[in-house]
Design a protein around this ligand. Sequence first.
Ligand code: PLP
Length: 399
Amino acid sequence: MKVYLDNAATTAVDGEALRAMLPYFSEEMGNAQSVHSFGRRAKAAVEHARRQVASLINADPTEIIFLSGGTESDNLAIRGVARAYGASGRHIITTRIEHPAVLAACQSLEQEGFRVTYLPVDRSGVVSVESVRDAIASDTILISVMHANNETGAIQPIEEIGRVIDEARAAGSAHLRFHTDAVQSVGKTAIDVARLGVDLLSISAHKIHGPKGAGALYARKGVRLAKLLHGGHHERDRRPGTENVTGIVGLGKAAEIARARIDEMDRVRGLRDYFESELRARINDVNINASVARLPNISNITFCGIDGEALLIALDLRDIAVSTGSACSSGSLEPSHVLTAMGFRRDEVLASLRFSLSLATTREEIDYTLRAIEEIVPHLQRLSEEDDEEAALPLESEI
Ligand code: PLP
């Protein structure tokens, strides 16, 4: 059995989305800017996808900008606002648990003279609304807080922060803009941009069973954005470059399916909760790193006393795919900045794994994974106890 529990890193393209895309690789190859019939059909497909994406988040289609994915979407929101509103202020507020796409975009702006406040989170990985309120200064132009975290699934109080921002605007900070990275939460939980009160929201296709290399930025009407790239006047002059028609069609279809199947996320939550309660019952010393509000598909677990990387490899040998931290930080030896910001000790961070489910995950796969963990973890825990005992023995020179 092959078990894929790394859906927060990426997902399989949905069969229907794939079928929708296929013609645009070949016979429907038109450039959406061309005036002939091929071009017009490509353009119609792009505009259909724009409506599909808009309707997933309750936006107007004219507020959707297509681009290459979550990373570009975060960068356009952050750098685009900073450049467009830089004359009104040079202060940005974000959190310590953002995806590197947000953190690195903010750091790049620090190099250019902007001041960035990185807010802390509590032990469950949630930022406090009060801390946002306290951080707002007269020169704050942008607040970027992710909707749900990619390592823990913790949902942030975006609606409440939106209200705080409205108050600040009423008190004179009319230029303040609010961005949320919803790359993980779109399609997992219902999203309504009006209710959230955000000006900008980032989406990535490959996290919702669409293709890699496609994404969108919701930018509320009236929000100014400086372009990251320079070229033609595509996407209402906000993102130049020939439209990735195939990717956009795939994103649109994936968005339509995600919307239609959103209620099925309850089943995913049920499976995830079953996984966690069985783990608690079967394994000693596990901690479930959960916030009160959490995405239904992510489970972040600390297996006390073991090396998470060793467990990941042992699971991989049994064809079970999970992850330590986010896909982007694995490969680097840096322990997760998210769990570190939550106050975890280094050994706790290194003993933590992320399991992320999808609509395709089955009970059999979860049971298979539980059996594998039950066999591997006690063994790894014993090994690490033996190591500790050995380390506690006096050295020969000390005897
Ligand atoms: N933001 C979050 C929260 C993510 O989880 C990811 C992907 O891991 C991204 C942004 C980047 O998206 P993309 O891979 O489409 O560039």
